[in-house]
Design a protein around this ligand. Structure first.
Ligand SMILES: [Zn+2]
Length: 542
């Protein structure tokens, strides 16, 4: 077959000549289109998209049996350069089938997906356009969505074998659907009024039906393992820079190259603000230190020091256990270390939503096996619970300036919070992230008492010490939970869902013991074997 090449703009012209050879099995990047569109061949290069018409005689043949070659002509008198073909088997294990295929096609048509370079079928459900569409469809059982309308008025019906297919965006994670049987009243909830209800797997580019009611994975994905990792930047030797990481599930295990590509992805970076800032800073350091050659220097490279494969249903919980545990380990290790031996955990929020007593047992086991143990003893009789240097009396607290506070629930729940310069004007209590956790603080506002405040000229510095006091308050609640300590007959537990901000070092570490004493009436004893650091690698056991 002959190729129809388009002249490219600029000083070079490129021509691609797809040639046919019999008897060779190979595939091209276009073979992933399902079903294969056999009328055109697309070639993409550096943002350019070339399209070639396939002669009619060839269109009935299996594209798998065709061989394509590409030659590039630099200019009229240069010899053509033939490009090497990299054999790449494009498989799409989760490609849509049956009703899911009908839904996929309707979504694709509505989004006009595939018109722009790089818009492959597999990437459609990872796109912001897809998310926006699904968010608009929503998860309202009273809404019966079986068609999609664009702003220009174009309507795409979702049909399967001529019957309407109703869709919902179930819990914001799964496409949920049910086929309407003609002539019957439609109802999501019962078995009448259509076929059965199905969910599509929540893993990106997987359109298989979900079998797992809890998480919403298809059968292969519910058996897959996710990895909880410890990453370390091997390009920065000043101090070990680490982070606990749980990359999204993919079909194969992550290699070091995969991970380094993954953390550099802009959409991933927005989810990890501390890591993002770290990477940006490293680039700036390289620019400063090597103004001539910085572009040739790799500013950061993450090695996988630990990787723990977990079933998908357990990975998030284990990631949270290890993250909280590592925050504790790093905090106490740094307290006992000189500047050069300090470990820097490049994390800010550390979540533990849904933590139960078993969760805190697991955190305790994790820190214990890494050489960190806790015990308690009675406080001296003359112990001063609220030294005013750290905890001014409530009427001396300046509520227009940053301070930390605590609240409590009825059954041992303790709420750690902070009021920073960002949050004071907006609400009386709580940082921005706490305002989002309205449910946690609802009904507790009257129990809130201020804890730490240090008046400084520098507001940023004041925010920092208040946030550090909040962090140490959270650690004291966490340690009391791990030790199963009680207050008024109830086990102490955090009402918060996360550590708002991890700190690698704090100005007043003694605040931890003090807040612990206020809450438990006990002296906290910490026993630590500092982490062994070999060739810049802290020995943290997962
Ligand atoms: Zn799946």
């Amino acid at each position: 077959m002959s190729g129809k090449a388009r002249k490219m703009e600029g000083k070079t012209s490129e021509e691609a000549l797809p040639l046919r050879k019999k008897g060779r099995k190979s595939s091209t990047q276009t073979a992933q289109q399902q079903p294969p569109n056999k009328s055109h061949v697309f070639l993409q290069y550096n943002g350019r998209s070339l399209e070639f018409t396939v002669p009619e005689a060839l269109q009935s043949e299996d594209p798998q049996g065709l061989k394509f070659q590409v030659t590039v002509l630099h200019s009229g008198d240069d010899d053509p350069v033939q490009l090497d073909l990299v054999e790449r088997e494009e498989i799409w294990p989760g490609r849509p089938e049956g009703v899911a295929m009908s839904i996929f096609k309707a979504f694709k048509a509505h989004l006009r997906w595939g018109e722009q370079p790089g818009e492959t079928d597999m990437l459609m459900d990872s796109s912001p356009q897809f998310l926006a569409m699904m968010t608009e469809i929503g998860d309202d059982p009273s809404k019966h969505v079986c068609s999609l309308q664009r702003s220009d008025g174009t309507v795409t019906r979702i049909l399967h074998n001529g019957q309407d297919v109703m869709v919902r965006w179930f819990k914001g994670t799964n496409v949920y659907f049910k086929v309407r049987v003609a002539g019957q009243q439609f109802n999501w909830g019962t078995k009448t009024g259509g076929g059965s209800v199905h969910k599509i797997c929540t893993v990106k580019s997987c359109w298989s039906l979900s079998v797992d009611r809890v998480v919403g994975y298809c059968r292969p994905h519910s058996k897959k393992t996710e990895e909880v990792m410890l990453l370390r930047d091997v390009k920065n030797y000043t101090n070990p820079n680490i982070l606990v990481f749980c990359p999204t599930l993919k079909m194969t295990t992550y290699t070091e190259e995969d991970i380094n590509e993954y953390v550099r992805n802009p959409s991933i970076r927005t989810n990890y603000p501390t890591l993002d800032k770290y990477m940006t800073d490293r680039v700036n350091v390289m620019k400063e230190e090597h103004p001539e050659t910085w572009e040739n220097i790799v500013p950061f490279w993450f090695e996988i020091d630990q990787s723990l494969p977990m079933t998908t249903t357990q990975a998030t919980r284990r990631y949270n256990v290890i993250s909280v545990g590592t925050s504790l380990l790093v905090h106490f290790h740094n307290l006992a270390s000189t500047e050069t031996d300090r470990v820097i955990l490049q994390m800010k929020f550390i979540h533990f939503l849904g933590a139960d007593s078993q969760f805190w047992d697991e955190v305790l086991q994790f820190v214990n096996k890494n050489g960190l143990t806790f015990s308690t003893s009675p406080l001296p009789l003359d112990y001063n619970f609220r030294p005013t240097h750290y905890f001014p009396p409530e009427d001396k607290i300046v509520k227009t300036l940053p301070y930390s506070y605590q609240g409590h629930g009825k059954e041992g729940g303790i709420y750690d919070g902070v009021s920073t310069s960002n949050s004071i004007v907006v609400v009386g209590f709580g940082s921005k992230s706490h305002r989002k956790q309205k449910t946690a603080l609802t009904g507790l506002a009257h129990t809130i008492v201020p804890l730490f405040q240090e008046i400084l000229d520098d507001t940023a510095e004041m925010d920092k010490t208040a946030l550090q006091a909040e962090y140490l308050g959270s650690l004291s609640t966490i340690i009391a939970s791990m030790l199963k300590l009680k207050k008024d007959g109830h086990h102490i537990r955090p009402i918060i869902y996360q550590i708002d901000q991890h700190f690698n070092s704090v100005k007043y570490p003694e605040l931890l013991d003090m807040i612990f004493a206020i809450r438990t009436g006990l002296q906290l004893n910490v026993n630590l074997e500092p982490l062994i650091i070999m060739d810049g690698k802290p020995d943290i056991i997962f």
